[in-house]
Design a protein around this ligand. Structure first.
Ligand code: KIV
Length: 255
């Protein structure tokens, strides 16, 4: 029996799964060359690339443009693109939007939310579009939720997250991002489902980890999330290189 597109993608993800966001050709190519397993063209680009306070202004056209750039830079990693807010309000819209991201070069799409998204995940999966789910803190809902908050502290909320993860797996999701949730809840979910969990701010007991590229390389010094480990100093290197160039050009004439 041949594997479905979702099963094929899953077979390329070997725990512990390393995943990172990338938004353009050089960051995608460098990440791919460094051996990352999964590259997410995240709608976090609205923040770390475009300088907005959250992801809610990102459009499908933005995501198509950035997915094309990332695709050109990737040879090995699985490329997943985010469906931006209000581009998947119902199953038909989800399929139309996802088809544009797939045509731009994505191997799969990601959407945010739990039980409310089951119909859309089923529709996409049955149409041959692999779906990565995303539960816990949902950045696209940050305005209605009034800020970023760790999820799963109350038993009812933890149980709901577990129920959503199981339902998303049943609906056909090939993987699931667990964002900003109590580590024990993420561990429980990872234990309960077969598809890989990829955590961010969700403890170490997931099948993999995902981070925003700029947090890893030190490329966005104005805000660093508390759970981020910064491995590089791209901001400082950039400032120093540009300052050296400015110095080389010579003293500025004041007009
Ligand atoms: O857009 C993004 O970068 C994400 C990650 C935080 C998982 O969804």
């Amino acid at each position: 029996m041949s594997l479905s597109p979702a099963q094929l993608l899953r077979s390329r993800l070997v725990p512990p799964i390393s995943a990172i966001t990338a938004y353009d050709y050089p960051t995608a190519r460098l990440s791919d060359e460094a051996g990352i397993q999964l590259i997410l063209v995240g709608d976090s680009l609205g923040m770390v690339v475009a300088g907005n306070p959250d992801t809610t202004t990102v459009t499908l056209d933005h995501m198509v443009y950035h997915t094309e750039m990332v695709r050109r830079g990737v040879t090995n990693a699985v490329v997943v693109s985010d469906l931006p807010i209000h581009t998947y309000d119902d199953p038909d819209a989800a399929l139309i939007s996802a088809s544009r991201l797939m045509a731009a070069g994505a191997d799969a799409v990601k959407l945010e939310g739990g039980l409310g998204q089951i119909g859309k995940v089923k529709r996409l999966t049955l149409s041959g579009v692999p779906v990565c789910a995303h539960i816990g803190m949902l950045p696209q809902r940050v305005i209605e939720e009034g800020g970023y908050r760790k999820k799963g502290k109350l038993k009812e909320e933890a149980d709901r997250l577990l129920e959503a993860a199981c339902a998303l797996e049943d609906a056909g999701a090939f993987a699931i991002v667990l964002e900003s949730m109590v580590a024990e809840v993420a561990a429980r979910i990872t234990e309960a489902i077969e598809i890989p969990t990829i955590g961010i701010g969700a403890g170490t007991e997931c099948d993999g980890q995902i981070r925003v590229l700029h947090d890893v390389i030190g490329g966005y010094p104005w805000f660093v999330p508390p759970f981020a480990t910064v491995y590089g100093n791209v901001a400082e290197v950039t400032r120093e290189a540009v300052a050296s160039y400015v110095k080389d050009v010579g003293p500025q004439e004041v007009i």
